[in-house]
Design a binder for this molecule. Sequence first.
Ligand code: ZN
Length: 447
Amino acid sequence: MNSSTYPKSHLVIAALLVLFLLSFVGTRYNDGGERFNSRDVLQSVASHPPVTTSGTPPSPENADSQTLPEQVVQPVAPEPELRIKAVTVKPGDSLAIIFKREGFSPRQLHSLVTSEPLGPRLKDIFPGHELVFASNGAGDLVSFEYSPGPLETLVFTRNGKNFDSRELVAQPSRSIAYRNGRIDHSLFVASQRAGLDDALTMRLAQIFQWDIDFVLDIRKGDEFFVLYEDLYLGDEFIGHGRILAAEFVNQDERFQAVYFENDDHGDYYAPDGASMRKAFLRAPLEFSRISSNFNLRRKHPIWKRTMPHRGIDYVAPQNTPILAAGDGKVEKASRTEANGNFVILRHGEQFTTKYLHMSKFARGVRMGRSVEQGQVIGYVGSTGWATAPHLHYEFLVDGVHHNPRTVKLPNATPVPAAHRSAFDSSSTRLLTTLEQYKNQIDLALGQ
Ligand SMILES: [Zn+2]
């Protein structure tokens, strides 16, 4: 190795060590959350190429605190002073503003954001994200870290005029959590009382959105039981992981779902192995806290058989997003006096769905365009013959109106045969665990 590179590599070693020490200390006093753990930073030290004065680069796999090369911790010659600073992105900030505030030149910012492969991701900074700068005595940026989330850190290290970049992903530990609730007023009220946050409640509803109409069909007395993961980094709770198993009792009908991963793809299945995903969503409306509460306060619209009204009316706040019930093509996106702004979707040979009285269409929804299930196609309004904002929804099979709640639909794709036995044992284990939790709660309540 060229001896002239030695001082430089020492500088980087020192920079990264100081960075590690300071950021480690920093996380103790930062209640905003530990953005990366010490092991990741040690990996970042150990796997950085200039560290390898011996000539053999340690691989990131074995470079943890135990196998850190010895020369890294040996005392080195006096080092130039390093400046380390952690910055939390504030509302209204951009990288340009932050770099100026911290005294770094636009040129350094440019070489950072144009560094491959991760530089472009620096365009996505949001308030609350954390940035860590390490600069040398000359004011040059030596390394830069950006944490887009609690588990992920992008590390940029200077390499001549440019920066090398790498992504560190911390593996959280997972623990199983259980919650259950009974609905009095709305799903969200019940789940909050049960200790579920709204995001998890939304995910719970999404698992069952092909079977249950969460806008119209939720009733007092409905119940849910959820087994899910809590994620921790060290002792710190950092968020909810996946829902592993769930049960929803809607108007005395019981639905169960279990999470199953095969070929790196995870999804939810019924205990018999059928996918929870089906050709059509139950409710072609974005389900939210607002719309659900909104509907529960009202008399529920019903399936009306009398002519000429042959659809379901979803009373919902103005501009609630309307979703394509299934994959299909836009047959019409137009306006008439009676329908107002309306969209007709064709789903293969047999099925057609209609959406009336929209306030406006979603961007790009035009005749001939393909849409995916769940895609926003427009917004609830009261155009045409409508006295209040609502979505009038029709479902046709071979051109004849049907009740989407009772029509026989194509079967969902089941677990692939090759994964069937793995699914069966995983599903049994999860549902048994769910059952045990349910029984424990019953015991605790003396039931
Ligand atoms: Zn109607």
